[in-house]
Design a protein around this ligand. Structure first.
Ligand code: PRP
Ligand code: URA
Length: 209
């Protein structure tokens, strides 16, 4: 599929297997999500532009690369997006942060918005939207719609698991937004859950249910 990158690094795949296991504790699930987000962040930011700046090492002067342009925005889809966000902020502590609160109506699977807060100059920045799960893609499509209405024009979507049905819908709705995922799973079940998946990411992160 165009514009979709599957991050199949052995460390990512190993940690993902541990996360999928239903016997993994809430504490371990959260820790693994944070660790995996560092590795995914490395991939989603791989082609960021750099520019040489003049610095002085203890030995000599040199030209050395630094990130170019305005700081990134990490945009978390609440709740579960925060699990990816925290690890990404460990790696890029100066990034700006946006939050969009969305939950799936369990009957219709529509995404219902309950919160939105984003930097005002989002139009000038690369916005990386994060959510571990891309199932029907209703949440991801609604989130990207919302950030585009706010002015964002340079976006990427980072998740952990994607269903083929959701990936197809998302890339059709937003062909300009590259997707990064650790796995494309088999399919969605009749309740809109990813199979084999890892269950409800928010519930597993926070021990709710
Ligand atoms: C989960 C997940 C995504 C959404 C994916 O959130 O974190 O946001 O479902 O499903 P979709 O692709 O079919 O929209 P949920 O609605 O369970 O909310 P939560 O994070 O607050 O638990
Ligand atoms: N949301 C989740 O948390 N898990 C799924 O499998 C689908 C949507």
């Amino acid at each position: 599929m165009n514009n979709v990158t599957v991050v199949n690094h052995p460390l990512v795949q190993h940690k993902l297997t541990l996360m999928r296991n239903k016997d993994t504790s809430t504490a371990s699930f959260r820790r693994l999500l944070r660790e995996i987000s560092l590795l995914l962040c490395y991939e989603v930011t791989r082609d960021l532009e750099v520019e040489d700046v003049e610095i002085e090492t203890p030995i000599t002067e040199m030209q050395s690369p630094k990130l170019k342009g305005k700081k990134l925005v990490f945009a978390s889809i609440l709740r579960a997006g925060n699990g990816l966000l925290e690890g990404m902020l460990d790696l890029v502590p100066s990034a700006r942060v946006a939050h969009i609160g969305l939950y799936r109506d369990h009957e219709t699977l529509e995404a219902i918005e309950y919160y939105f807060k984003a930097p005002s100059d989002i139009a000038d920045r690369l916005v990386i939207v994060v959510d571990p799960m891309l199932a029907t893609a209703n949440s991801a499509i609604a989130a990207v719609d919302r950030f585009k209405r706010r002015g964002a024009n340079n976006l990427r979507f980072q998740c952990l698991l994607a269903a083929p049905e959701g990936l197809k819908r998302f890339t059709e709705a937003h062909p300009d937004v590259p997707v990064y995922t650790a796995s494309i799973d088999s399919h969605l079940n009749e309740h809109g859950y990813i199979v084999p998946g890892l269950g409800d990411a928010g519930d597993r992160m926070y021990g709710t249910r």
